[in-house]
Ligand binder design. Structure first.
Ligand SMILES: NC(=O)c1ccc[n+]([C@@H]2O[C@H](COP(=O)([O-])OP(=O)(O)OC[C@H]3O[C@@H](n4cnc5c(N)ncnc54)[C@H](O)[C@@H]3O)[C@@H](O)[C@H]2O)c1
Length: 349
């Protein structure tokens, strides 16, 4: 008989559940949607400090074991897998407690992994010590298009990586307290982008940061820019920020013979070829985006599958706690450099 893992959701808000009811999004679009779609998982309990969110979650997913305290949930329900989909401030406390609790085998923790590197280290250490698998919700790592381009890059099919440019721009107002709103857009949305820089470009050697804070240092940035030097010699430019009346997420990769543009609304491939406009010139020409050929897994279901694979085989997830830590390390270095007169900050911190 097939093993079915008992799942509990801690933090029953947007990414845990509510986004599933956005009629425009591809599905599954949430942790709960993904667990329902995966054959080996069943949601048995939920926890939220907000009684209304908790009740709505119970009704939406037909779950009756509902708790206001995650410790009680862990003790009474003994789930095999938990999703930690609370606000980022509480990820460390919940992940560390759950890892030590003795029953949990796997944790799907949302991004950013934690609010600082000390917390992130503690989470990784607790999971390692208690043999608990952990994935971090930078879900594009499980998306078919991103995975396929990474495989093509790593196999050499697209040539040698030279540079990556990326945007994570949104509408958040810059007149928000850094402390209260938990850093800024580069932290909240930029984490996805920085994680993808590492996914495609490998480890980062140094970061030079610059930020624009129209309401002073106590408020979040309207724009933060990072110049990235990868260990392999490639370069990166990352631009994050709020105050735009739209959301724009895009990554633009250049190798010595190709260009790939990937984003929330775009997937384009260009290859170098003889110019049709100038004699003796080579230019980039748009090509059909390659078919997904087995890479077409939904990103959230991919996260669940990856977590189960780590539980069952011990093979490290492609979006591990260490990957979450390293994305946070780059963000921390970028803010640090911006605060230090734009001097480059070497990694590891
Ligand atoms: N991967 C993605 O694309 C993505 C998208 C959105 C949010 N996120 C991340 O997911 C996390 C949650 O964001 P959201 O937008 O879903 O927020 P949200 O406010 O919609 O939901 C969070 C829920 O957690 C509950 N909560 C907070 N502290 C709790 C605690 N200690 N115990 C139990 N419940 C608690 C809140 O009451 C709320 O219902 C954040 O870390 C965020 O960065 C990721």
């Amino acid at each position: 008989m097939r093993k079915v893992y008992k799942v509990a959701i801690i933090g029953c808000g947007r990414i845990a559940s509510l986004l599933e009811d956005d009629p425009l999004r591809g599905k599954p679009a949430s942790h709960s949607g993904a667990y329902c779609a995966h054959q080996k998982t069943k949601i048995i309990a939920g926890c939220d400090i907000d009684p209304d969110n908790l009740k709505a979650f119970g009704k939406r997913w037909k779950v009756t074991a509902l708790y206001g305290d995650y410790r009680e949930l862990l003790s009474f329900e003994k789930p095999d897998i938990i999703s930690v989909t609370t606000w980022t401030e509480s990820h460390a406390e919940i992940v560390t407690y759950a890892a030590k609790s003795g029953n949990v085998k796997g944790i799907y923790c949302e991004k950013p992994i934690a609010i600082n590197l000390t917390q992130a280290k503690r989470m990784i250490r607790a999971c390692k010590k208690h043999n608990v698998a952990m994935v971090v919700g930078h879900e594009r790592r499980w998306d078919g298009q991103y995975r396929m381009i990474r495989n093509m890059l790593h196999s050499g099919e697209l040539g040698e990586l030279k540079s990556i440019t990326g945007y994570a721009l949104g509408a958040s107002p810059p007149k928000l307290s850094r402390k209260k709103s938990g850093r800024g857009p580069m932290f909240h949305d930029g984490t996805h982008l920085i994680d993808l820089f590492r996914f495609f470009g490998g480890d980062v050697e140094s970061v030079t940061g610059f930020d624009e804070r129209p309401f002073g240092d106590k408020c979040v940035e309207s724009t933060a820019v990072g110049l990235i030097r990868f260990k392999n010699g490639a370069s990166g430019l990352i631009i994050g920020g709020g105050e735009r009346g739209y959301f724009h997420f895009e990554i633009d990769i250049h190798t010595d013979k190709a260009r790939v543009v990937l984003g929330n609304h775009v997937a384009e491939l260009y290859m170098a070829e003889e110019s049709k406009r100038y004699t003796g010139f080579t230019e980039l020409a748009k090509k059909p985006f390659p078919p997904l050929n087995g890479h077409g897994v939904n990103a959230f279901v991919g996260g669940v599958a990856d977590l189960i694979k780590e539980i069952e085989t011990g093979e490290r997830s492609i979006s591990s706690g260490e990957d979450g830590y390293k994305a946070l390390e780059v963000i921390t270095a970028l803010y640090k450099s911006a605060g230090n007169g734009k001097t480059p900050v070497e990694l590891p911190l």
